[in-house]
Ligand binder design. Structure first.
Ligand code: F6P
Length: 493
């Protein structure tokens, strides 16, 4: 396969100077979000070449297969049905998702009606895809919800659990165990310790205050969770795509059912845009084309995402799992080695803090890093207008500075410029816009995978470390390398 070729490269400033329509051509609005790709090096010609490449790589058929509930995760022989959770998928999968959502809603109604006693604190235990989505949304939208105090505990480090239990009342805590497989060792250890904390505090029936979110209901039952408090989701919903399923339970509980439905509807709107908008005006596809331009034609090893909104401070971590666990692969579904770089390293932070920490490298370092800014027009309830204006002004100034650069006789003070950025502007940070934003990133990741020729829905790369940890626990250090043995001997002596 050959990637698009760039006959004669122009700088970003030249591209703007030579095409007065550039902003119109490379910005678009989808699902209420404004996307600006004009400060990237994409040109009409490059976009056309990527459109043809997408056809040649079977993007339309792959997309139909995704939404049609076909086996797109070939190594595990299953579909990837996260879109069915928001009503866009194979009819039988959509119906199943609806039924499971109704079950979740009924449990929430029962909790609200006091069926589980006093519930003011929600201790959500899960890791990876079973934690990052709820954490992001509750952090972004839960500040004013005032309904429940939610803590998301993922790390097996006891400090993480201790921080939550210290501030929670065990008699008013709902213990939510989120695990697709219900076998993940960190989650199971944290769950057992949380249950012990409740029991030790004299909670009469700690198991009676446990809710399980899982695709393995039998395992949850074996663990001791009553069937009425198990909220299943389909095996075909991947862990890092599971926010829309019962894994979103703490979001629906804390923010309310209407908010959860708005989240799903926002995502569904982006689904329809991805499915039906023409390729050259399709936000996830344009974004993927720019991603591939920088990784394949410019050799970029990383891409950086900066949330210019405190409420979205967890977005970079969420995207790290979505993008790197999905597309950090080295072989095609056939097993053949991929001959080009796959996912770049996703990293980032929050603006304006990052400006005073890592932006030096972005402006004057030797590496080319495509930067993405994510911001919202409306200020949050906690922000006054002056702060918000300063925040947005900084965001837009950074994009302009990266592109324009600045000449100086003093090389220390010169900025080369011509450094690309994309900007995603939400009208406000609300459930619908976040649903659309996250779905946009999911589809962009999928589009990248199709053009790269990899399966984004498995994650075998995480297994080896888990197996080794287990064998150290069970069989000791015999057979391990001298460095690992020495570390273990020193730590566990
Ligand atoms: O180890 C990786 C992983 O399998 C992720 O893909 C997943 O989101 C996470 O672990 C948690 O898995 P589970 O939901 O089964 O506990």
């Amino acid at each position: 396969m050959t990637w698009p070729v760039e006959p004669e490269r122009q700088t970003l400033s030249q591209l703007f100077a030579s095409d007065p329509q550039r902003v119109d051509r490379l910005t678009l609005e989808a699902a209420g979000i404004y996307f600006d790709w004009s400060k990237t090096h994409l040109t009409g010609d490059l976009v056309n070449q990527f459109v043809q490449l997408a056809e040649a790589r079977g993007l339309p058929a792959a997309r139909d297969a995704l939404f049609g509930g076909k086996t797109v995760n070939t190594s595990e022989g299953r579909a990837a049905e996260h879109t069915a959770e928001r009503g866009e998928g194979a009819p039988e999968s959509v119906a199943r998702a609806r039924a499971l959502h109704n079950r979740m809603r009924a449990l929430i109604d029962a909790i609200e009606a006091g069926a589980l006693g006093d519930v003011r604190h929600v201790l959500h235990i899960g890791i990876g895809g079973s934690a990052l989505g709820p954490d992001l949304l509750i952090d972004a939208l839960g500040r004013d919800a005032g309904r429940y105090d939610v803590a998301v505990v993922s790390n097996v480090d006891g400090t993480a659990l201790e921080e939550a239990t210290r501030r929670f009342d065990p008699n008013a805590t709902l213990l939510v165990i989120a695990s697709k497989t219900f076998t993940t060792s960190e989650t199971m250890l944290n769950a057992a310790s949380a249950l012990a904390w409740m029991a030790e505090a004299g909670v009469e029936d700690p198991y009676g205050r446990v809710v399980a979110l899982t695709a393995s209901p039998d395992k949850a039952m074996e663990w001791g969770v009553d069937e009425t408090r198990i909220l299943p989701f389909a095996e075909s919903v991947g862990g890092r795509y599971s926010l829309w399923s019962s894994i979103g339970f703490p979001v629906a509980l804390a923010l309310g059912w209407d908010a959860f439905e708005s989240l799903l509807e926002g995502a569904a709107e982006m689904d329809r845009h991805f499915r039906f908008a023409e390729t050259a005006r399709n936000a996830p596809l344009l974004a993927a084309f720019a991603d591939l331009y920088y990784t394949q034609l410019r050799g970029c090893e990383t891409r950086a995402v900066f949330a210019y909104d405190e409420r979205l401070r967890l977005l970079p971590s969420y995207l790290q799992q979505l993008e790197m666990e999905s597309n950090g692969k080295r072989v095609a579904p056939s097993g053949e080695a991929i001959a080009w770089p796959t996912a770049p390293i996703t990293w980032g932070g929050v603006g304006t803090d990052a400006q005073h920490a890592v932006f030096q490298l972005l402006h004057q370092g030797t590496r080319l890093v495509p930067v993405e800014f994510v911001a919202a027009v409306e200020a949050g309830d906690h922000q006054d207008e002056a702060h918000h204006q300063a925040l947005l002004t900084n965001c837009f100034a950074q994009g302009a500075a990266l592109m324009a650069g600045k000449a100086s006789d003093d090389p220390q003070r010169a900025y080369p410029g011509d450094r690309p950025s994309s900007t995603i502007l939400l009208d406000s940070v609300d459930p619908a816009s976040l649903g659309a934003l996250i779905a946009f990133y999911e589809h962009r990741t999928f589009a990248n995978a199709v053009l790269l020729g990899i399966n984004p829905f498995d994650q075998f790369g995480v297994e080896l470390g888990k197996q080794i940890a287990k064998s150290i626990e069970q069989e000791g250090t015999e057979g391990f390398d001298p460095s690992t043995r020495a570390l273990i001997a020193r730590a566990f002596a």
